[in-house]
Design a protein around this ligand. Sequence first.
Ligand code: APR
Length: 254
Amino acid sequence: MLPDSLKLNIARASELILTSELTVAFTGAGISVESGIPPFRGEDGLWSKHDPSFLEIDFFHSHPKRSWQKIVELFYDNLLDTEPNPAHYALAELENMGLVEAVITQNIDDLHRRAGSRNIHEFHGTAGRFICEGCGMKTDDIDMSILPPRCTACNSVMKPDFIFFGEPIPEDAREMSFRLAEACDVMILVGTSGFVVPASYVPAIAKQSGAQIIEINLHPSTYTNTITDIFLEGRASEVLGGIMERIKGYKSSL
Ligand code: APR
């Protein structure tokens, strides 16, 4: 049972989304927690148990095998058998209803696409594709039985096509994300703490451009007392489920 204060805020948020000209969703690790993928920060976060330096691009270049061993252990083994959860499906359905224009995600797990979202901007790249450090060849199919995996064309080391610490954000994703942030009048933040830059600039740009910020998080974040207009404290699947119920209720009453 959702507390009354949350229900009230869900009603306010649903109203905003229904009357908005352009709504954009901005997601982080929290939206995939209910799919079995741990977040990065907080008590159960990856970085509270593992030193993230294996994801520094310089370490990858100097120790590709050790970096890959950790990448397989913490990412690819975790991604196996994961499925989108109701929160991912809710955003895809809102896009189908024409109420959400796009999803900007920091996640590399490909779950938004698998849930049916179409207009997706992967700010940190994806774990679903690999790039050759030598010839730049890209593929979504590599053999991980021998680490580091090698390029079938030039035998150089293959790298997952997601952003390592110390690497620039993919230009297209950055450009489109900032442009959508400037253009939207409502931004829905789902499951992100706001600790990482430049990703955390996206909601800030939206706010500066006059957008209303709806935040869905299990715990308050760096956004909650700075830019957030409506804070919905709870699990993403439950809160987005409540929003879908309100919106469908409204649409069926028309
Ligand atoms: N439902 C909603 N929110 C949740 C849930 C849940 N079930 N579980 C956790 N959260 C919230 C937490 O309260 C926290 O605010 O999700 C957020 C997760 O924060 P982080 O782990 O810091 O993840 P994120 O903000 O995506 O990290 C950004 O940091 O390490 C880098 O590249 C990595 O993309 C990542 C970036």
